[in-house]
Design a protein around this ligand. Structure first.
Ligand code: 13P
Length: 249
């Protein structure tokens, strides 16, 4: 049985003073039957880990470099993140694919680097609105999967997040059958890649405008093993409500 995962992506939000939100989260009894993860900006990873030590709240990163060290000004390696105590890295988020020109091949290389350092690689996939309207969603997701999720990855340290680009930060979410269709296609792709047994250990998250008021219905969809939450993860009360909805699903 897969453990469900509620993951928060703070993106480029948060100053030291905002770590108080983590205190609130970590001190509230986190449901023991699910995993809870917050990925703050890189500047807050170290203090966040220090602050939540001893709690069930895990801390992760939002990116990593494909190399473990070297002359890469401004970049951060998976090894450095692991050294701080991070346990996961979000990779291939659409904001990095679009804003930083990240290719499927680069995302795959980063995923290898993350896993080599012992981090769980959370690989994001998702279609644009134009691609959905053109009826190309499954083809786009299939191509991203083919390029970003090579068979050489370790399924034990892998999570996939389906994040439709048009649902991120927009307040819009796909219909429940649309989410189910993509998650089912991803499960089938995982089976072909890693074999049925390993494929069923990989968690599939939905991300894009998950809020306290829609979380329960999203978590009721087959093959949704949790959420990758942006805006609503910045507020401890909202994220807690989503965590509780996942624990109850
Ligand atoms: P929102 O929850 O703000 O739509 O962001 C989703 C996301 O991009 C998480 O990675």
């Amino acid at each position: 049985m897969r453990r469900k995962l509620a993951a928060g992506n703070w993106k480029m939000n948060g100053l030291l003073g905002d770590l108080a939100q983590l205190d609130q989260l970590a001190k509230a009894p986190l449901p023991p039957q699910i995993d809870t993860l917050i990925c703050p900006p890189a500047t807050l990873i170290h203090p966040a880990i220090a602050q939540t030590r001893g709690s069930a709240l895990a801390i992760g990163a939002q990116d990593c470099h494909a190399q473990s060290a070297g002359a890469f000004t401004g970049d951060i390696s998976a090894l450095q993140l692991r050294d701080l105590g991070a346990s996961a890295a979000i990779l291939g988020h659409s904001e990095r694919r679009e804003g930083h020109g990240e290719s499927d091949q680069l995302v795959a290389a980063k995923a290898h680097a993350a896993q080599a350092a012992g981090l769980c690689a959370i690989i994001c996939l998702g279609e644009t609105l134009a691609q959905r309207q053109a009826g190309d969603t499954l083809q786009v997701i299939g191509a991203q999967f083919a390029g970003s999720v090579p068979a050489t990855l370790d399924p034990a340290l892998l999570v996939l997040a389906y994040e439709p680009v048009w649902a991120i930060g927009s307040g819009l979410i796909p219909t429940l059958p649309q989410i189910a269709e993509v998650h089912s296609a991803l499960r089938t792709a995982l089976e072909a890649r890693f074999g049925a047994e390993a494929a069923h250990t990989v968690r599939l998250l939905y991300g894009g405008s998950v809020k306290p008021d829609n979380a329960a219905e999203v978590f009721g969809v087959a093959d949704v093993d949790g959420a990758l939450v942006g805006g609503a993860s910045l507020n401890a009360q909202d994220f807690s409500a989503i965590v509780q909805a996942l624990a109850a699903a």
